[in-house]
Structures are given as structure tokens and as C-alpha cells.
Design a protein around this ligand. Sequence first.
Ligand code: ADP
Ligand code: MG
Length: 401
Amino acid sequence: MKVLVQKFGGSSVARAEDRRLVVRHILRAREKGYQVVVVVSAMGRRGAPYATDTLLDLVAGQDVSPRDRDLLLSCGEIIASVVLAGALREVGVPVICLTGAQAGIITDSNFGDARILRVEPQRVLQELDNGRVVVVAGFQGTTENGEITTLGRGGSDTTAAALGVALGAEAIEIFTDVDGLKTADPRIVSDARTIETVTYNELCQLAYEGAKVIHPRAVEIAREKNIPLRIRSTFSDSPGTLVLPWRPEASSVAISCDRIVTGITNVAGLTQLRVQLDTESAAREVFSALAEANISVDFINLFPKEAIFTVSNSVAERAIFLLENRGYKVYARPGCAKVAAVGAGMRGVPGVMASIVNALTQENITILQSADSYTSIWCLVEEENMEKAVRALHRQFKLSA
Ligand code: ADP
Ligand code: MG
């Protein structure tokens, strides 16, 4: 029988009336003859009683080990799965809930941001064969030693993708509160367009650059086995965005008509650091020291006498302290944000950077730093200009509906 994995995000399972819509999507899949595995996130966002951030707040300021914090956090998804299973049972669907561990999600022991190493799907397969819908608590797994781990923000997407691959699913559906991948965050650009089809690579790039509708790791996992992925809304029947290894329209449309920029992304909460380099070995020392402290850096521009890069605000103080302690002069600029134009079609197309500079300077937005790859161009701007910058770039590349 064909297996379908359906993942429902926190906003999809928060309220009883939403859960009824979730149940409807599951019933439809069963009517189409699928064996259904459902992955759920914790219910609601910060403030909601069992949301991940609310659970975190319970121990704010306390000296909790990463291991114990994961134990606490894993409860949010377990609660959501039991509540959703109740709603399924009410309409007569045979169902069983499994924790990540019970579903065979084996991870490394990097608490708080664990990586799935493999999936042992026997239990899930057995339950499916018994005719049940299997509801799996997302965002969590277990180490070989039976310690509970969590997978980091957006981790339920990863759970869904890993189960999809392990079960040889026909497709993985990511249900959320918007009807697919859009040309920009719809909270910033109200007329952002839903993208009908996208390649794994483009989606992965967009997700890494800040399109938080799906976790990039989930896309990578699905891509490995070419499992079709669909991003769609719990609250509508629209088909959403289909993710494939190739772009169907690209083969039949002249290259010049192909889109250059697929979407605009943004990431707030960054600090730009400039470090003065006085000796030959300084650059190596600086980046080794940061790596040893597990501080990830982005947006790196290296010059003979200076290194410029960004770190997330949450680790900026630690990074500065660490470098100053080693005698480096560090200039920090907090309150930065990254905006990026992403698209596989920009490869080799002249003038994309010119368009970006044009759009931003017309809005009096200072570009603090920029960088590019084959498929994206990033600009660092002041956080207060971030939304304006996203809208300007969205207009510049005519991405609206
Ligand atoms: P879930 O709880 O379902 O996982 P998330 O909050 O993680 O939901 O992701 C959905 C949100 O992602 C949307 O509400 C939207 O504001 C945001 N988002 C950011 N960029 C994009 C984009 N390019 N396309 C769609 N949604 C986006
Ligand atoms: Mg999410």
C-alpha cells in the first residue's frame, strides 16, 4: 500500500476547530487509499500553554542541563499528538500515538539541535499494517542510549522527511498556515505570490536564507530519495507548492523567460563584527577560536588587515568576549538583518546586483555588506530597514501576483 506522510505545524493543531480541519485532510488521504503517518508539532506559538517557547519559559533563568531541557521540550509534541489522536478517534479512525523514540527516530546526542542518524521504521510499519493512522510526535528522537533529544527549530519538518524516506512514502505533505512557498514572507509582503513548483535545490537555498516555511534539512533529506514534497495550507484545499528534482516549466519555456529570482528572504537578529588582523596567522586564529566555541559565522569577507562577518545576536557577546580576550580589536554593529534574492535562474545573468543596489538605494537603504553565490545575492542592512528592503526587492523583480 502507498504511504503518505502528513506533517501539521503548531498553528494547525492549536485550536479544536483547526484540528477538525487536520482530521479532514487525514480522512481525505485515507479515502484515496493511503496509509497515513501524521507528524505533529507542539500546539500554538509562545503564550499558548503547551507551545515550545512556553515550556522553555518555565525554566528560564534556571540551571537546566541541555539533556533535561530536551526532556521538557519533547512534551509539547507528545501532548499535541495525543490530543490530535483523540480527535481522530472521535470520528472512528483507528489511531496510535508514538513518541519520536517509539517511532524509531535515532539521533546523535547534540541536545537541542540533534541530527537524525537513521530511522528504524518497524514499529510504524507494523501499526500501519494493522490499519491504524500513526501519529508521531515531531521534533524529537532518541540517542542509541535512550536519551530523548530534540531536533532544533523546525525539527518536525525533519521528522516528517526522515519518516517519508524510511517508509518509502509516495509523498510528504507539509501543512502550515500559508498556502505554500511564497515569493517572500507574506507577513512582510502582503501580495507575495504562491510558487506552484520549485526544485529541491531552490527550496533548500530559500530555506537556508530564511524562508522559514520549511526546515532546509527536511528538504535535503527528501531530495536524497526524490520523495515528492508538497507545502500546503491546513486551512484550504489549494494545492500549494510542489517540490520536485526539476522544474517542469523550465523544460518547455525558453530560458530567457525563466525566472531569474524565485524569492526574497530575510533573517533578523544579526550582529556584524569587524576584527582587526595584525598578523599573518590572525585570521586562522579568529575563525578557529569561534569554531571551537561552536559559534557559527556567516557573511564572511576577509581582507589582509580585517575580517568582517556576522553572528547571531544570541552569541554576539560571547564571540566578542572570546576575541577580545585573545587581544583582538573588535567592532560590533548589532541590529543587523540579512535580505537575499534567491533564484537558480540568476546564474550568469548580468545586472542582477545592479538591480538590487538600485532598488535599495532608491529607498535610502544602506547596504552594510554584500556577498553572492551562483543562486543568491545577500545584503546586510540595518534591521529597521529589513522589511522595507524585502518589499523593495520584491517589487524590483516583479514577484507579485
Ligand atoms: P509551522 O508551525 O506550520 O511549521 P512556521 O511558522 O514554521 O509554521 O512556518 C510558516 C510561516 O513561515 C508562515 O506563517 C510565514 O509567515 C513564514 N514564511 C517566511 N517566509 C516564507 C515564504 N517564503 N513562504 C511562505 N511562508 C513563509
Ligand atoms: Mg515550521
